[in-house]
Write a protein that binds this ligand. Structure first.
Ligand code: FAD
Ligand code: NAI
Length: 466
């Protein structure tokens, strides 16, 4: 029987980062992973493969559409989908190997198998019909999440797919029907649309990207429609008939009314994700769940069972890799007796489409609901010199600041590279900075980030280039 200071169940971004930090703090650590490869959803079937396909499909589209106007003359690009999938796989393999390296470098034992909590300090690891008991002072549950399913619609990962199947389609579908206008629907919809699919997105709500700032979401929808996306908002898919060569989806208005039928070659179901706690033995061990099936934790990530903690997608909060990572670091520090902490008010969110959408802090809707008096500063990329010369002027920056103190409460960007640009706002907000601070910070010219400075100036009604 081995004795560890910490056993982490799950090696996604939450789990492996937690293990590395705990090792840095002098703990003897093991991770348990049931999948053949380390890295969790993020590295294997999430963030990384989707970003590889977004990059490759964007290059394909650029080669076909924007090269000529810049004077770069190439023949029409031809799609080699197996090669593109190979590019994606190389990216996955490289990152998975990176996590394996980090485990070795930090002397973290990797226990391959399914972890089950038998009680405080006891984890059973089972693989291939054999099991071993591992003793440990502390346990961190980092088992992540799984796809949410639609009742009566069976995912076969060939014609009716989740994000996992949509990352590995064998050919470009003629018609792709997407259920859910959230992050996955818009990112993977972009991939297949760029490669030639006709894309229709059916969304239950009357808007896309719930949770994002409404004005940004509205403009984003218009841009996607201009690109060729079709949206059916306020509607739901209630059945998919798989009997014919083409799928027939029944669409009903969310508020009730007459149904219509839409044909598609592939249906992508992406209506959110649910916490994954199968096989952990939580009920028997006495680890409580909340009313949405997430592991219940206190502000220090402690569950209802002594010595057992939980982080990442399996607990409340945004299901984002960087949120899981930061919680991994915080819980390791707490276990080591330090003051680990995550600032949930400053967690950036990015949609990696073209243009990108990024956001940190409060949306305008949230400020209105809270009754907070705020000022708004906006600046469009059409007035940003660098965007103009590159002819990539879609989108704008929006800064929300406290009306009394000028403290920045939220920043929302739609535009190329918005996902990289958001972090100066995040740093500013971590330090409680004001729009004035941002406006008086020298920004290199010509950069797209100058639009952030201009939006900050616009909070004080003194933007220069508008
Ligand atoms: P996971 O990454 O889900 O890892 C959990 C691990 O635990 C898995 O490896 C699983 O096999 C293992 N496990 C589960 N139960 C057991 C058990 N009993 N025993 C042993 N092992 C077990 N987030 C972003 O921030 N940016 C993005 O761009 C992004 N893109 C995404 C794209 C897609 C298509 C999807 C599906 C998700 C994306 N996400 C993105 C979300 C991101 O992947 C998750 O938020 C993140 O992976 C959560 O990390 P985690 O460590 O909590 O869990
Ligand atoms: P999501 O929560 O982002 O979007 C789901 C959408 O489906 C919502 O708009 C919802 O209103 C809609 N919906 C729900 N039920 C429906 C129904 N029956 N019919 C029609 N529409 C319905 O979830 P998604 O896109 O599945 O992504 C899951 C998680 O993965 C997200 O929480 C996100 O945090 C994470 N993710 C993050 C990415 C990023 O950071 N770039 C990329 C991809 C995923």
């Amino acid at each position: 029987m081995a004795t560890y200071d910490l056993v982490v169940i799950g090696t996604g971004p939450g789990g492996y980062v937690c293990a590395v930090r705990a090792s840095q703090l002098g703990m003897k650590v093991a991770v348990v992973e049931k999948n053949a490869t380390l890295g969790g959803t993020c590295l294997n079937v999430g963030c990384m493969p989707s970003k590889a396909l977004l990059h490759a499909s964007e290059m394909f589209e650029e080669a076909g559409h924007s090269f000529a106007k810049m004077g770069v003359s190439v023949s029409a690009p031809k799609l080699d989908l197996p090669a593109m999938m190979n590019f994606k796989q190389q990216g996955i393999d490289g990152n998975v190997k990176g996590v394996e390296f980090l485990m070795k470098k930090n002397k973290i034992d990797v226990l391959k198998g399914t972890g089950k909590i038998l009680g405080t300090g006891k984890v059973e690891v089972s693989a291939d019909g054999k099991s071993q008991l591992v003793e440990t002072r502390n346990i961190v549950i980092a088992t992540g999440s799984d796809i949410a399913r639609l009742k009566g619609i069976e995912i076969d990962e060939k014609r009716i797919v989740s994000s996992t199947g949509a990352l590995s389609l064998e050919k470009v579908p003629g018609k792709l029907l997407i259920v859910g206008a959230g992050v996955i629907g818009l990112e993977l919809g972009s991939v297949w649309h760029r490669l030639g699919a006709e894309v229709v997105v059916v969304e239950f709500l009357d808007r896309i990207l719930p949770g994002m700032d409404g004005e940004i979401a509205k403009q984003f929808q218009r841009i996607l429609e201009k690109q060729g996306f079709a949206f059916k908002l306020g509607a739901k898919v209630t059945a998919v008939d798989t009997s014919g060569k083409t799928l027939k989806a029944t669409i009903e208005p969310a508020a009730g009314g007459a149904a219509e039928t839409l044909e598609a070659d592939v249906v992508l179901v992406c209506i959110g994700r649910v916490p994954y706690t199968d096989a952990l033995g939580l009920k028997e061990a006495g680890v409580a769940l909340d009313n949405r099936g997430r592991v219940q934790i206190d502000p220090h990530f402690a569950t209802s069972l002594k010595g057992v903690y939980a982080i990442g997608d399996v607990v409340a909060g945004p299901m984002l890799a960087h949120k899981a990572e930061d919680e991994g670091v915080a819980v390791a520090e707490i276990i080591a007796g330090q003051a680990g902490h995550v600032n949930y008010d400053v967690i950036p969110g990015v949609v990696y489409t073209t243009p990108e959408v990024s956001s940190v802090g409060k949306t305008e809707e949230e400020l209105k609901q809270a009754g907070t008096a705020y000022t708004v500063g906006k600046f469009p990329f059409t007035a940003n010199g660098r965007s103009k010369v590159n002819q990539t002027t879609d989108g704008f920056v929006k800064i929300l600041a406290d009306a009394k103190t000028d403290r920045v409460l939220g920043v929302h960007i739609i535009g190329r590279e918005a996902g990289e640009m958001i972090h100066e706002a995040a740093v500013l907000m971590e330090f409680g900075g004001s729009a004035e601070d941002l406006a008086r910070t020298c920004h290199a010219h010509p950069t797209r980030s100058e639009a952030i400075k201009e939006a900050a100036l616009a909070v004080g009604k003194r933007a220069i280039h508008m």
